[in-house]
Write a protein that binds this ligand. Structure first.
Ligand SMILES: Cc1cc2nc3c(=O)[nH]c(=O)nc-3n(C[C@H](O)[C@H](O)[C@H](O)COP(=O)(O)OP(=O)(O)OC[C@H]3O[C@@H](n4cnc5c(N)ncnc54)[C@H](O)[C@@H]3O)c2cc1C
Length: 512
């Protein structure tokens, strides 16, 4: 079978299938594994290019074990506190591991909000459990989703997250602190269903972790036992007369025969690789591409003070900024000729990753390798956002000066790289330059995402941020577990698993 794409989801599903005895080939259009979880290097500076906040380490260990890898092959150390949130007026909230410790932090800065915060956490905890349950079930029929609705409504999980938070917390900053989490998976806190607020208890319970070598270290560990063809782009998925998947065709004419394809590329791009009829079958439904982001990779010749490993900066009220990042030019589709001026924006909020505090090897001695992520509209929403990157740089550096208190910060800046929505589009073939695949709304969750098994195209499966249950490292690893389970069940039923297993065992025997 063929896995198209060596993102974290593709690697995880390939490992599980290979360990179950299947012959798996991974085809990846880039020259390295990891997809969005890549690496950038300049001199002695090194940056993880995509995910950096690692939670649910037990899921990583489970994936390694299921893939036949010694789970101790990858060391992971805790990052505590998880992050610090800092607002434009200088107030800060340190977000530690553990509910009681968080409440103690709130007591320090917002004593009148402690009781409300406790009530809010009581509301979010059952939503977290529901989120985990949902992530362990495929949503292949709309009925699966509808069956959940009464429970979702009873728990308040269908409300916009912001509305749920507002019921219990009065202070604007504290509301933002409880609502921003879905931004990590491309969700708008003001529209995302409150069930995604389950990410708060998830992070409090699981804590933050730093794998040896960063997320790139995780990618290397997952990729090591796999056969991956790099520079191999799947141009077409070929079906036989029965309609079932028969082969993939690569750019340049190569063809790999197979009984099953697991698609880990962009959830919208898969339509292109199928014929006309399938494009109709696999139409986009109500799912929409997520927001994008602009990433700055900075190398500083000194360690920046007052900056945590994970740091959030909220430069003004979050609501207008998030609206700009999700809706773009006021909900109107901008023309390609429109430039930065067309995209006037409120003060930015940004996420800063400064891992030298846990792993000094990311920078030369005494230096700092810092990534800044600014959410921006996708190219569907605001084509002109590309031109706004220069203005963003100024605001980002100014915010870093405010956080660190360093008036001469720019003089320490040695190297920098930029990654924009156009890079998401061109490097990962991400539709409209999305950063997080499908936006997690009610109509972009569960049944509305790519199904782990495409029932109407026998032999086609999905994994990764665009498939159920969704984006984020835990999301794609849970999705890989689901997809592998469905695929292996299908093979078992058809008798193909035994045949593939026997072949694999023979091949291993011959290699000895
Ligand atoms: C900037 C950023 C920061 C993030 N931060 C966090 C975080 O801190 N914590 C967290 O948990 N999550 C985070 N996420 C989300 C997380 O990174 C992603 O959800 C996850 O890595 C996506 O994995 P995936 O399996 O969908 O594969 P992707 O990373 O999307 O990889 C897909 C792969 O498929 C390849 N491909 C595409 N089309 C083809 C084709 N036709 N033929 C062959 N190959 C093809 C691509 O080249 C790519 O390598 C972040 C995401 C981004 C973008």
């Amino acid at each position: 079978m063929v896995v198209v794409g060596a993102g974290l989801g593709g690697l995880a599903v390939a490992l599980r299938l290979q360990q179950a005895g299947c012959e798996v080939t991974v085809v990846e259009r880039l020259d390295r594994p990891g997809g969005r979880a890549g690496i950038a290097r300049r001199g002695d500076y090194r940056w993880d290019t995509g995910p950096t906040l690692v939670t649910m380490p037990e899921l990583i260990r489970e994936t390694l074990v299921a893939g036949g890898i010694d789970p101790d092959a990858l060391g992971m150390r805790p990052v505590d506190p998880l992050y610090t949130i800092e607002w434009e007026d200088g107030s800060r909230l340190v977000f530690p591991r553990g509910r009681d410790r968080l409440l103690a932090e709130i007591e320090r800065g917002w004593p009148h909000e402690v009781a409300g915060a406790e009530r809010l956490l009581d509301r979010l905890e059952p939503l977290y459990r529901l989120l985990l349950e949902v992530a362990d079930r495929p949503f292949e029929r709309l009925g699966d989703q509808l069956a959940l609705l009464p429970r979702l409504l009873r728990l308040g999980g269908a409300l916009p997250l912001w509305s749920l938070v507002k019921q219990h917390v009065g202070d604007r900053q504290l509301r933002e602190a409880f609502a921003f989490h879905p931004l990590f998976i491309g969700g708008d806190p003001f529209r995302v269903p409150a069930v995604y607020g389950g990410l708060v208890p998830l992070q409090l319970e699981s804590g933050g972790w730093y794998p040896d070598g960063g997320v790139w270290g995780l990618v290397g560990t997952l990729a090591a036992p796999l056969e991956i063809e790099f520079g191999a782009r799947c141009a077409r998925i070929v079906r036989g007369s029965s309609g079932a998947v028969r082969a993939v065709e690569l750019d340049g004419g190569g063809r790999i025969a197979c009984d099953a394809v697991v698609w880990n590329g962009d959830p919208f791009a898969v339509d292109r690789t199928l014929g006309r009829r399938e494009r109709r079958l696999c139409r986009r439904s109500l799912a929409r591409p997520s927001m994008s982001c602009v990433l700055f990779y900075f190398g500083f010749a000194r360690r920046l003070p007052r900056l945590f490993h994970h740091h959030l900066w909220v430069g003004g009220p979050m609501r207008p900024f998030v609206r700009w990042a999700t809706v773009g030019t006021g909900g109107r589709r901008a023309g390609p000729a429109e430039g930065a001026a067309a995209v006037s924006r409120p003060p930015i909020s940004m996420y800063v990753h400064a891992p030298a505090r846990s792993d000094p090897s990311v920078a030369p001695p005494g230096g700092d390798a810092v990534t800044v992520l600014v959410p921006v509209p996708n190219l569907d929403r605001a084509a002109g956002v590309q031109g706004a990157a220069a203005g963003l740089r100024e605001e980002v550096l100014h915010a870093l000066e405010r956080i660190t208190g360093l008036a001469d910060l720019r003089e320490w800046l040695e190297v920098e790289e930029l990654f924009t929505p156009l890079d998401f589009r061109d490097r990962y073939e991400a539709f409209a330059g999305n950063a997080f695949a499908i936006e997690p709304t009610i109509f972009g969750s569960g049944w509305f995402r790519r199904h782990n098994r495409e029932r109407r195209v026998p032999g086609l499966y999905h994994v990764g941020a665009g498939a159920h249950p969704g984006a984020g490292i835990p999301g794609v690893l849970l999705g890989a577990r689901l997809t592998a389970r469905l695929l292996l069940d299908d093979l078992e039923r058809s008798g193909l698993l035994r045949a593939q297993g026997a072949q694999a065992i023979r091949a291993r025997g011959a290699a000895r």
